[in-house]
Design a protein. Structure first.
Length: 230
């Protein structure tokens, strides 16, 4: 396994490729499922989201030109205030303005066996996001541990995943992201969108319609996000 210095060199290559462009937001990597801690205990890498790759629910995305696409259900948080340097979970709670059901659109651009450092430099396979309706919640009493997410393809459920035991605390993940970015003299700007980890993971074989339902128990839901690959 590469050491921390090598991993951070991969992240620096990613930022060098981004250059002076201002990202629309960031993804926090390795926060869920079997991927958690796969690059070392507590290591939470980042990827950036380009402004022209943020789509509203209902988007139709051409498959032409995409290499080995995939789709993941995620939550997308938007910040109302900036977060700079190491921050507490309390500071994250105060900065978050909204949350929305979302898809992360993946493009696996690297050959098999490319290695972890190359994966970090390649922006963690990030291609874009599709975002549903934003909601404001009581963050302190957040219902996120009770979430169960269902993914449907062309009307048929293909995966259902519960948050409990699967995904890290979202606000702790955002704090980890702020701390990681600070190592590169970067911060989380007000208005930034942040996706905090995958619930579901599916490869995309061809044109199809996806629906992601985010259910928080029987009393409250976070809604639905929809997109089509064409």
């Amino acid at each position: 396994m590469p050491d921390r210095q090598q991993l951070e060199a991969g992240l620096q290559r990613q930022l060098d490729a981004l250059g002076d462009r201002a990202p629309a937001g960031w993804k926090v990597g390795l926060t869920s499922g079997a991927a958690r801690d796969s690059m070392g205990e507590g290591f939470r890498p980042f990827g950036h989201i380009l402004p022209d790759r943020v789509f509203d629910s209902g988007a139709r995305i051409p498959l032409a030109g995409l290499r080995t696409p995939g789709i993941e259900n995620e939550l997308c948080f938007r910040l109302g205030g900036a977060l700079e340097g190491p921050v507490s979970r309390r500071q994250v709670l105060d900065a978050v303005a909204s949350v929305a059901p979302a898809f992360e659109l993946i493009e696996r651009r690297l050959p098999a066996g490319a290695g972890q450092v190359a994966h970090l430099a390649d922006n963690l396979a990030q291609w874009g996001i599709v975002v549903g309706e934003e909601r404001q919640l009581d963050w302190e009493g957040s219902p996120f541990p009770a979430i169960a997410v269902a993914l449907r393809r062309d009307g048929e459920e293909v995966q259902r995943v519960a948050a409990a035991g699967h995904i890290d605390d979202h606000f702790a993940s955002i704090a980890a992201l702020a701390a990681q970015l600070a190592r590169f003299d970067r911060c989380l700007d007000a208005g930034a969108r942040i996706i905090t980890g995958s619930f579901t993971k599916q490869a995309v074989a061809g044109p199809c319609r996806y629906e992601g339902d985010f259910d928080v128990g029987a009393a409250q839901g976070l809604g639905q996000v929809v997109m089509e690959y064409v």
